[in-house]
Ligand binder design. Structure first.
Ligand code: GDP
Length: 444
């Protein structure tokens, strides 16, 4: 996710960290790099300008230049400003109203409205909400069928509309149905067009008036770059949007939209789409996204992902250990690897790991990543239980035996042990001081 931007910014971070002292010139140089990285990622120009000025102003301030580790202090400022740029704490959908709470989906054709409607239905169902999906997309061939099929696979109800009906009639009927059958939430999917179009705007406006939704979400394809922001602005002028869903962030999106949407529209990004599948949606956390982009990883999301995976008990035990930072041993490390395998998709996990760790694990490519995981597991399996609890007791002869036992080179065993030590340190820091401690440590 946002690989280019992320690697560019990580380069800047590295350079800043390399300086024992920083001068105003160093900061100016670094900011030039940041500016270019943002522009290349398709972040809107006024946003880039504001951002860079803000960081610069704070960074050349006394608090930074005179701090013990100025490089770190600048990185902290960049992190804070990135977070601020992307919005505040995000709590997801607001459904606090008399049921049914209505969620209206708006956006261009192909932006991912239908897919996102299903994803949201799945999320709400997992929160024990009674959800009704409905589609008024009477223009795109088979759009209504697509939603019905998705609903069926999720075992969520879908209102029985068809392409011969008028969107306004579908809205009125679906609303009536949702009320009579005591649904908690009605997610209403609408028709998009290929571009901004008056007829579409008039229609969605009418639907909005009819349904009076508590959430009006604008769904936009992150791969559209600058256009995404312009479309968001146009929709925002027509409809009282309550939030944005940024889809297809898993693609080769340059990411500009993620950084610009909030600033340009004033609307928060509530969710991001990270795959075509129905579980490919994540709550958007500005602070965590800033950490990810700066290569500091998103340990919190990782833990949450672990908690959601199959073995809840196991995951919870692990997360508690990680949080307390106590006694995290190779057994846990292995359990975590297993969890990762279960969760599938190394790529999505790698995204959330601090660059140091994902780097150590080698390729971001998921197939190679999975292979690497299996090798690591093999090595841990070749150890005795005591060694797994206290890796520090493993002497050279044992290392050779372990390597032979798992069919790898001794260097690989060494590498694993070093990695583990790093992870352990990271876990301890995480439990003590959260992200800022981890960031500090990365300054080396
Ligand atoms: P709609 O016209 O706005 O209803 O768009 P659809 O929901 O039909 O989505 C258009 C295409 O984008 C489909 O092929 C979806 O599978 C795909 N899509 C939607 N969201 C995502 C996402 O987050 N990631 C990826 N990779 N594809 C997505």
């Amino acid at each position: 996710m946002l690989e280019n931007l992320s690697s560019r910014l990580q380069q800047v971070v590295k350079t800043l960290r390399g300086h024992a002292r920083l001068s105003e010139d160093n900061i100016t140089d670094a900011m030039r790099e940041v500016r270019m990285a943002l522009l290349e990622a398709d972040v809107a120009l006024p946003v880039v300008k504001d951002f860079v000025n803000q960081v610069k102003e704070r960074a050349v301030g006394r608090e930074v230049l005179q701090s013990l580790s100025p490089g770190q202090a600048v990185i902290q400022v960049v992190h804070e400003e990135l977070t601020r740029l992307m919005g505040e704490q995000n709590v997801g959908l607001n459904l606090a109203t008399n049921p049914p709470a209505i969620v209206l989906m708006a956006g261009l054709q192909g932006s991912g409205k239908t897919t996102t409607s299903a994803k949201l239905a799945r999320l709400l169902k997992s929160e024990k909400k009674k959800v009704l999906l409905a589609s008024a997309d009477v223009y795109r061939p088979a759009a209504i069928e697509q939603l019905k099929t998705l609903a069926k696979s999720l075992e969520v109800d879908c209102f029985d509309s068809n392409a011969t009906q008028k969107p306004a009639d579908i809205a009125a009927q679906a609303l009536d149905f949702a009320k009579r059958h005591f649904y908690d939430v009605l997610i209403f999917d609408t028709a998009g067009r290929l571009g901004i179009d008056e007829a579409m705007m008039a229609e969605i406006k009418q639907l909005h008036e009819l349904l009076n939704p508590i959430e009006t979400l604008f769904v936009v394809d992150a791969m559209q770059g600058q256009d995404a922001v312009n479309t968001a602005r146009a929709f925002g002028e027509t409809l009282p949007l309550t939030g944005v869903v940024l889809t297809k962030l898993d693609g080769d999106a340059r990411g500009g939209a993620a950084l610009s949407v909030r600033h340009v529209t004033g609307k928060p990004i509530k969710y991001i789409g990270v795959s075509e599948k129905v579980d490919g949606i994540e709550l958007f956390h500005p602070e965590r996204m800033a950490s990810r982009v700066l290569g500091m990883g998103d340990v919190l999301s990782l833990i949450e992902q672990a908690q959601k995976s199959v073995d809840l008990e196991e995951a919870k035990k692990l997360a508690d250990k990680v949080k307390s930072g106590k006694n995290f041993d190779l057994e846990d490390f292995k359990a975590q690897m297993l969890q990762m395998r279960k969760m599938g998709g190394m790529g999505s996990l790698m995204d959330k790991m601090p660059a140091q760790i994902s780097g150590m694990m080698g390729q971001v490519n998921s197939e190679a990543g999975d292979k690497a995981l299996r090798r690591i597991e093999g090595i841990i399996n070749a150890m005795t239980p005591l060694e797994r609890r206290k890796p520090e007791i493993i002497k050279a002869t044992r290392k050779r035996r372990i390597a032979a036992g798992s069919g790898v080179q001794v260097q690989e065993v060494n590498r694993l042990l070093n990695q583990f030590e790093e992870v352990q340190k990271m876990m301890k820091m995480f439990s003590k001081g959260g992200m800022s401690k981890i960031m500090r440590s990365m300054q080396g």
